[in-house]
Design a protein around this ligand. Structure first.
Ligand code: NAD
Length: 249
């Protein structure tokens, strides 16, 4: 049985990916700093007949990620999903916020690849999938720090894919537009009043030419495919899943 590590699988897209990978027969290792949320996902997997373990891990901390990977016997699939949002242009974005976003969204991906790749090489291969964003490719209004981090997720994908293309490790990323998850609900709650939220939600939906936000399950389908042996000829690719945003740009 393959072991799939999914970071940030306690919520949203990560949870949907973990459920899908478990459904496809993988043992799930859920790495989240919110273990309560991680346990909820693990329970859903066990109830559906799968197996899962939860390891508390802050992906921004080298020690924490090293300790988490030491507990894992094998790593066949790594999904670097844990991420945080940040709103604001370059004037609004302070150095502390930039460091925080860098710590989770950039160093988090680096840390997990750094500790997963040696295990994959020892086992003879593996598949890595990074959660990038349309912000990796196009200018998104008021998302300076977030765009910086997702640009890095994209280029780290290409770098890892290139370095291990002949060593059995595939590395790809997916670039979603807005997906309706607690990440988005939290953004609405933090930044808008209860009265303002329905209008903002409508605007967020209409941003996608298809007329709505994506769902975590839609992202999970693509993610699970790219992590599976069905995608054995695919590496160094960035897949848009964006309801037509980049199509019409
Ligand atoms: N939701 C969207 O519209 C959207 C669009 C494009 C890309 N993405 C990316 O997809 C990924 C998942 O987004 P989501 O909307 O499901 O987020 P979410 O906020 O719903 O879930 C994020 C999960 O990551 C965990 N997490 C956060 N920081 C962590 C850390 N330092 N260490 C370990 N775990 C941590 C949280 O506990 C949570 O379980 C992110 O990388 C995000 O940037 C989301």
């Amino acid at each position: 049985m393959k072991t799939a590590v999914v970071t940030g699988a306690g919520s949203g897209i990560g949870q949907a990916i973990a459920l899908k990978l478990a459904e496809e027969g993988n043992h799930l290792a859920i790495l989240d700093f919110n273990t309560e949320a991680g346990e909820q996902t693990a329970e859903m997997i066990r109830k559906a007949g799968g197996t899962a373990e939860v390891i508390q891990c802050d992906v921004s901390s080298t020690d924490s990620v090293e300790a988490a990977f030491e507990q894992l016997e094998r790593v066949d699939i790594l999904v670097n999903n844990a991420g945080i949002a940040a709103v604001g242009n370059v004037e609004v974005c302070g150095p502390e916020e930039l460091d925080k976003v860098y710590g989770v969204n950039v160093k988090g991906v680096y840390h997990c690849c750094h500790f997963a790749v040696p295990k994959m090489l020892q086992q003879g291969g593996g598949a890595i999938l990074n959660l990038a964003s349309i912000a990796s490719k196009i200018g998104i209004l008021d998302r300076f720090a977030y765009s910086m981090s997702k640009g890095a997720a994209y280029s780290m994908t290409m770098s890892v894919a290139r370095d291990y293309v002949d060593k059995g490790i595939r590395c790809n990323c997916i670039c979603p537009a807005r997906v309706l998850t607690p990440f988005v609900e939290g953004f609405l709650e933090k930044n808008y009043s209860e009265e303002e939220r329905p209008q903002v939600k409508q605007t967020l939906s209409e941003y996608q030419p298809i007329g709505r936000m994506g769902t975590p399950d839609e992202v999970a389908e693509l993610a699970a495919f790219l992590c599976s042996d069905k995608a054995s000829f695919i590496t160094g690719s960035a897949y848009d899943i964006d309801g037509g945003v980049t199509l019409l740009r």
